[in-house]
Write a protein that binds this ligand. Structure first.
Ligand SMILES: [Zn+2]
Length: 206
């Protein structure tokens, strides 16, 4: 699990929330256009451009490849539907578009369990997991039921994710890469699966 750094609230979003009045209250379906774009950019910056769950690189110019994820689902936490603290970017298209993905936000769907969830805060959440050279991910501490549950719910051992992580380790071994190779300080964006590489290299993504 990759997680998210501290978020910066976009001014446009704060101004939009402040428009609330007796006839209108901010809702997720109304989060559109420039306001939505500002939120997506803020989330991308806080996640260094990576999926909050698997760490795959998200490209904002490909809007069909990612979606805004409600960590606490809208169905059970409607009051948090436009709470920035509850919003993240996940790989997989917006739910109403095309076919959903087999991992991450779409795999998790409306699941939420206060006792067994791991909050997506980086680096704390990443440290609950261990990334094996085979590409497999396990709980860092044997018997950590929450970590095991998140792996299952998010399907983090999906064959594509395992292959991608295995490839990262191969690259590090072959090319003698170090943590700075996985983060571009100029853009603030990380390479795909940087959290895995950094965990392997005993570093954290800035
Ligand atoms: Zn993902």
């Amino acid at each position: 699990m990759r997680g998210c750094h501290e978020k910066r609230t976009p001014q446009e979003f704060t101004a939009w929330l402040a428009l609330e009045n007796p006839d209108w209250e901010p809702s997720y379906p109304d989060l559109q256009g420039d306001i939505r774009r500002a939120v997506v950019h803020a989330l991308s910056a806080a996640q260094r451009g990576l999926c909050v769950y698997c760490g795959r690189r998200l490209h904002l110019h490909r809007p069909g490849r990612f979606h805004i994820e409600h960590f606490r689902p809208q169905s059970t936490y409607p009051a948090l539907a436009v709470d920035l603290a509850n919003l993240f970017l996940s790989c997989g298209p917006e739910a109403e578009r095309a076919k959903s993905s087999e991992t991450c936000g779409h795999a998790k769907a409306d699941w939420f369990d206060t006792t067994s969830c791991i909050e997506p805060d980086y680096p704390d959440c990443t440290q609950r997991f261990r990334f094996l050279l085979t590409g497999e991910v396990t709980a860092a501490i044997a018997g950590d039921a929450s970590a095991e549950s998140m792996i299952d719910i998010l399907n983090l051992n999906h064959r594509e994710l395992r292959k991608d992580r295995e490839d990262i380790f191969d690259r590090i071994d072959r090319e003698n890469l170090n943590p700075s190779d996985f983060f571009d300080a100029a853009t603030g964006m990380a390479e795909g699966y940087a959290h895995v590489a950094c965990a392997y290299l005993d570093a954290v993504i800035p």
